[in-house]
Structure formats: C-alpha cells, structure tokens
Design a protein around this ligand. Sequence first.
Ligand code: LLP
Length: 461
Amino acid sequence: MRAHEAGALHGELGNRGPAWLRTPDDVNALVPQLWPRGVVRDSDGVLTVSGLNVKDLRAEFGTPAYVLDEDDLRARARAFQAAFQGHDVYYAGKAFLCRAVVRAIDEEGLFLDVCSGGELATALSAGMSPERIGFHGNNKSVRELERAVDAGVGRIIVDSFDEIDRLAAIARERGKRQPVLVRVTVGVEAHTHEFIATAHEDQKFGFSVGGGAAFKAVCKILDDDVLDLRGLHSHIGSQIFDASGFEVAARRVLALQAQIRDARGVELPEIDLGGGFGIAYTTQDDPAAPADLAERMLKIVDDECEARGLAVPKLSVEPGRAIVGPAVFTLYEVGTVKDVDGLRTYVSVDGGMSDNIRTALYDASYSATVAGRASTADPILARVVGKHCESGDIVVKDEFLPADVQPGDLLAVPGTGAYCRSMASNYNHVPRPPVVAVRGGEARVIVRRETEDDLLALDVG
Ligand code: LLP
C-alpha cells in the first residue's frame, strides 16, 4: 500500500477506526515517547533493551513476556521525585507491584500506595517501611485494617462512615492513634473512560464535598481523637492529560479545608491530589512532563491557599501508570496471520486478553512493531489479536505492520507496564507471563511464568 492510500484508509476508518496510526512508511521506526528509554533497534534491525536483543530474551525466557527496562522505571520515579521535591510521591502499586518494584521505588525515595491486604503484604515482604505506605480502598476488611494498624502503616485513606467506626474501634483496642486522610469526591468530570473516572458524584469512592458528607466525615474523625486526621485526599481518575481537572479538584478540596478551619479551628497539614497522570499509548497521546504537572499543581495550591489565608499544606501525589506504564513492553510470538479479504489482516499472538485486558475493557489503543527484524515489505493494516476463545480478544486494534509479517515473528507492544500484569487473568487456563527486568545489560526474572502446575495446584476437587 502506498502512503497516500494508507492515509485515505485512515480517513475512511473515521470514528470507528484507530485513534491514531503510524504512517505506513515507518513500520520499523520506534516513536521514542512510546518506548522505554533503553530500547533501540540494533544494526540488524532487532529490538534491543539495555543492549539485550529480544531474540536472546525469547530464547532465555520464552514468550509472551513482559519486559521491564528497570532504568527507565527508576528514571520516571526520579523525575516525579524531583518535580515534587519537598512533597511526597506515592507510587500507586495497583499499576504493577512485585517485590523488585517495591525495592526500586523505595530506593528511589518514593512512598507507596497499596489498596489491598495482598499489596500490603507484598510491600512489607520487600522490606518497605510501613510508615512510608498509604492504604486505600472503599471496602477494606476488618482483617486488612487490623493488619495495617498493627504494621504501623503511615496513613489509611478512609472512604466511608462504616470504615471510620471500624478503624476507630481497632485503633482504640490497640491504644494506637492512627493517621488518616479522608477521601473526598469533588464532582470533577475527568475526561477519560467512564470506568476509570473517579471524582464525579455518582460512584462508589469517597465522601461527597458538594453533598456535605465529606465535612461530616471530617467532623466525626476530629471528634474522636483515636484517629489522627492528617488531611484530605482526592483522586479524579486515570489517564488524564489535562491538568485543569486537578486544578478544579485542588480548589474544591482547599475550599473544604477552609470550611474546616472556620468551623473547627483546625488547619489540616496535608493534601493529596491522587494519581491519574496520562501516558502515551499512541503517537496521538501527548502527556505532560512531571515537572510541568508539578509546577501547575503546586501553583494552584499556593494561590488558592493565599486567597483563603490558609497555610500551604504538604502535597502528595500518587502516580502509578506514569511511572511503570512506559517502562514495559510485552514480547509476543506471532502464531498465525490471516487476511480477511478486503478488511484487514489478523495477526494472532501467543497471549491476548489474559495478559492485557485493557483493549477489551476500556477500548484502549496500543501500538505494535515486529521486533525480531526490520522489514522492507509494504505496510498492511493489521489487527493484533490473542489466542483466547473470544472475538473481543484484541491486543492492538489497528496498526501498520509489514506485509511479510509471519508465524514465528516476534511482536512487541509498548506501554504495557501498568494494569496489564496486575489485571492479568487465567482465562482459558492460559498461564500468566513472567516479568523480566533488564538492567545494565543483564536480564532477570522478577515474576516467574505461571505454569500449568500452578493452575492445577489450586484445583483441589
Ligand atoms: N491513587 C488512587 C486513589 C487510585 O485509585 C489510583 C488508580 C491511582 C492513585 C493511580 O492512578 P494512575 O496514576 O495509575 O492512573 N485499571 C485502569 C486504571 C484504574 C485505576 C484505579 N486507580 C486502567 O487500566 O486504566
């Protein structure tokens, strides 16, 4: 296909088509914003990460595999840390958590946000100090709360009146004063997929600012000194590019802060504006740099505090995706190539919706490239699909791949570090892929491949 034909096709696909397409002339090109910093093609056209080529990675670790460029992850963590200097950055472990990542995050000086007993256990078992952990969740169990209080978790973000009662009882029983934040919903409509927007009123998280529940929750906590109220927390959603949502959230949270001061004579020392910073999955995505985000967020907090005569509270943020998402690509092997006449070419890989549910669940867009070689063949419009028994099992909806893509080729999909392994399933009894970390020219498995024995070990009937 010629470039102009591809352009026409792009136009033709219109709204039901891709959010973006690479131009068909550059099927071998690696758009830098989509790939970990350590990824380049070598002189033979083979993708390499930190000097290791993907053919060798396949030989050693098999496919599919999540490949993590650990230096890239650390650089992103450091960039947030530097941008929010003097404030606290919590890595949101729900994006992807394992012991090696906890240690990397810890070494880079970040705090950690966990949202379940399992994530807490992972963090503690990796040696993360409990005071550096924040514990989230709209329905933490009594057992989870007890474990968190017993461990000495630095802050628990409370999310319901039931939880305030439970947590107060647990702390009282232990004679401890537990630091908490109150999660509030500020009524911001984040421009993101409905399932990952969290600050509009009609949803399960937090206490509504507009409806008055947030102020009531704050008063309830202040009236019971077994809980140490450190501040307010707002998370407006995920994969957000427009900082204005954070600005509106900050204003509304600080208005509540002023209301609390006026009514109760207390100025809360902290404010957390959550995570949700967007990343590039395609060339159409244009995420802001952490430094720019930080500048805007800190300025709005400063201005708003000045206008209301409040002392500036310590700010914390909770990026997950923006730290781990771009640091990982998934390496697959192509199994079949099927040309569905006149429509498109289906390229099936040896994984799919079990290792990346985001395309099926959120209609997410990804990119892909043939990784084991460069090609001079004409580009074709391809859809990368998995091996599951479901037609919605799509990994990459639309991508130009070289027409000679064939069984045995390696295919790499970038931007899969966040919410892919952490949301992976065993659908169709497909074992989950390993996570292979590459650093300083060396590769090591940090989460091993699941085996059929692992699957059968749970089947005790
Ligand atoms: N803080 C809180 C309170 C959160 O609920 C979340 C994400 C984060 C921080 C981190 O957000 P991030 O910076 O990673 O966007 N499974 C969905 C995303 C769900 C996010 C849930 N909460 C996805 O794959 O897009």
